[in-house]
Design a protein around this ligand. Structure first.
Ligand code: BDP
Length: 594
């Protein structure tokens, strides 16, 4: 799926700003046709943002069910003759969209974009009303899963993941044009052999008329370096300037559609980084060279905005990662905004791109304690319909992100149950699906502590081993000597069982900023520093470990829980992005200052 861009043949208009907003606790909006106009009492709500934390109002913060958004947009009269598309970066977790009272889109899944061709519905040169109902309910068939409990005080959303169930219009909303006959999609796969780069490309065209496809590749100085005259083919780039970790060199691939007179009908430009990714034995190779992941599991999370995309936080987070010497992160536990991947592409940051499949494990509590009292896989819980939703989420993730050079691994789930025959039956087709959708990138999942190598039943289906490990925190709490022994024993067991690279995708300790103790005690900044140092000693002793991503980049909001102090405090930065002492320690290691 192409991102909307301004090109010589396309225009965009942003719908970001203040929309009208109302929650619908009685679920009456659909019956009363609120797409014809919101009832009195609607408030103003910023888009993009989560709606939960903007008002000091528990009825909004803890709302379960439908919430309505409405805005108006003046569509330029000059857009006559164009195809006009309304596009949402995401709507969490599902939405129905109307334009001028006509339903134009319906989408399930809170972290991927969707769009509607509104050419026939839009009124040119006039105000148009856009109405959206978003619904935040999590069920056993949604990703992530959850269920609603009816209580005497109203419905309560329960779920199995450790971050707050933020909802709303989290990402930019656009109205954009394309010509009637247009570039519908472009796919690129790149390879690197010595000084020669190869781009295999495929262009999909939609609309009337037989049009010729031409593609041209330019370097950053504007020089054309390769050209193709077919809807699919291979471009060879001699003396290539590769995309590499730390340097996001991007060529520009311009796709043009021309009519029989040679007139350009549509033009679309895609940034392309030429790089290769490969797993070879227990090594992870980028451009043929061993790559070591240094970085974080993150969240889209900040005060007031919740999961709303925010350029200030995005740029600041990347800047802090660079300051630390981090080279990578995982989009735990859902696909992040497209703007984030564009930024990673431009700055040479490596990304493990994760599907919104978190909480598929009833052996885990909100963090890691205690079971939930359900069976994970059953007719009543995670079932075939969930797997279909999961398959669809993978399709949409890969369709959106397949062209990003920064993305080097697909993570198809976080900490799912993976030690039962049912889990194998569930994941085998999904791993195959991911490979079929994109054969060019390794596929993995983040394994949970409950499924060490003697219990896990699915790792053979994947290319990389990604481990979330809490030695020194959830086990061997406060005993770093025992933690060191046990962590090393487990990593060696993985390395003995499989000839695959191991990426530690989570390790860390909850840390209250400002809390210190002489003898490093859990929850203090001193303990976080020592736990990370202990982990690093072990990683450095196990050859198969090819990466370390600390949990987490910053403190983040969770549902209320006895193990959470105003949210999850495993951040190396506070939620406001102030460093804890561990940030300085990581910087010394990752920038090799010690
Ligand atoms: C892991 C999860 C992550 C949690 C973390 C924790 O993958 O989402 O936030 O543990 O407990 O189980 O802090």
């Amino acid at each position: 799926m192409l991102a909307p861009r301004d090109t010589p043949t396309r225009q965009r208009k942003s719908l970001n700003g203040l929309w009208r907003f109302v929650t619908d606790p009685e679920e009456s909006g659909r019956d009363q046709e609120w797409w014809k106009g919101l009832p009195p009492g609607a408030r103003e709500m910023p888009v993009p943002s989560s709606y939960n934390d903007v008002f000091p109002d528990p009825a909004v913060h803890d709302h379960v069910g439908d919430a309505w958004y409405e805005t108006t947009v003046r569509v330029p009269a000059s857009w006559v003759g164009e195809r006009i598309v309304l596009r949402f970066g995401s709507a969490t977790h599902r939405a129905v969209v109307w334009l001028n009272g006509a339903q134009v889109a319906k989408h399930e899944g809170g972290y991927t974009p969707f769009e509607a061709d509104v050419t026939k519905v839009v009124e040119l040169g006039a105000e148009n009303r856009v109405s959206v109902v978003v619904n935040n309910v999590l069920t056993w068939q949604s990703l992530p899963p959850g269920y609603v409990e009816d209580t005497p005080d109203g419905p309560r959303q329960r779920y199995f993941h450790d971050f707050f169930n933020y909802a709303g219009l989290h990402r930019p909303v656009w109205l954009y044009t394309t010509p009637r006959s247009h570039v519908e999609d472009v796919t690129v796969v790149t390879e690197l052999a010595g000084k020669t780069g190869t781009i295999r490309y495929k262009v999909e065209v939609a609309g009337p008329g037989a049009l010729a496809v031409q593609v041209a590749l330019k370097g950053t100085d504007g020089t054309e370096v390769a050209r193709g005259a077919d809807s699919s083919g291979e471009l060879e780039v001699e003396d290539v300037h590769p995309w590499r970790p730390g340097e996001g060199y991007l060529y520009e691939l311009t796709v043009e559609l021309r009519d029989s007179a040679g007139v350009v009908v549509d033009s679309y430009s895609l940034p392309v980084g030429i790089r290769s990714v490969e797993v070879s034995g227990a090594r992870f190779l980028v451009n043929g060279e061993p790559f070591y992941f240094k970085g974080f599991g993150k969240h889209e999370d900040s005060a007031l905005r919740g999961k709303g995309h925010d350029d200030v936080f995005m740029v600041a987070d990347f800047a802090l990662m660079e300051w630390l010497g981090a080279n990578s992160f995982r989009t735990s536990h859902y696909p992040y905004a497209e703007e984030v991947l564009d930024y990673a592409d431009r700055h040479g940051v490596v990304v493990i791109d994760e599907a919104p499949a978190v909480g598929l494990n009833m052996g885990l509590g909100g963090g890691i304690f205690g079971g939930q009292g359900f069976t994970t896989f059953s007719d009543q819980t995670v079932n075939d319909a969930t797997r279909e939703a999961h398959r669809q989420a993978l399709r949409e993730l890969i369709a959106r992100d397949k062209n990003h050079p920064s993305v080097v691994v697909w993570s198809i789930a976080n900490e799912p149950e993976s030690d039962t025959p049912e889990s194998r039956a569930y994941f085998e087709p999904l791993a195959a699906e991911a490979r079929q959708l994109d054969a060019s990138r390794p596929v993995g999942f983040a394994n949970v502590m409950l499924a060490p190598p003697d219990k896990d039943l699915i790792t053979d289906l994947f290319d990389v081993i990604m481990l979330n490990r809490y030695y020194g925190w959830y086990i061997a709490t406060g005993d770093l000597a025992a933690a060191e022994r046990e962590l090393e024993a487990e990593l060696n067991a993985w390395a003995t069982k499989y000839d695959k690279p191991i990426i530690i995708t989570e390790y860390g300790a909850d840390t209250v900023a400002g809390l210190h103790s002489v003898l490093a005690a859990p929850w203090t900044e001193d303990y976080q520093v020592e736990l990370l140092a202990m982990s690093h000693r072990v990683f450095d002793r196990v050859d198969a470990v090819v990466g370390e991503q600390v949990w987490a980049f910053a403190d983040f909001a969770t549902p209320p829980a006895v193990m959470r102090v105003d949210g999850n405090k495993k951040g190396v930065f506070t939620r406001e992005r102030r460093p804890k002492v561990a940030a300085h320690a990581l910087r010394r290691r990752w920038r090799r200052l010690e």
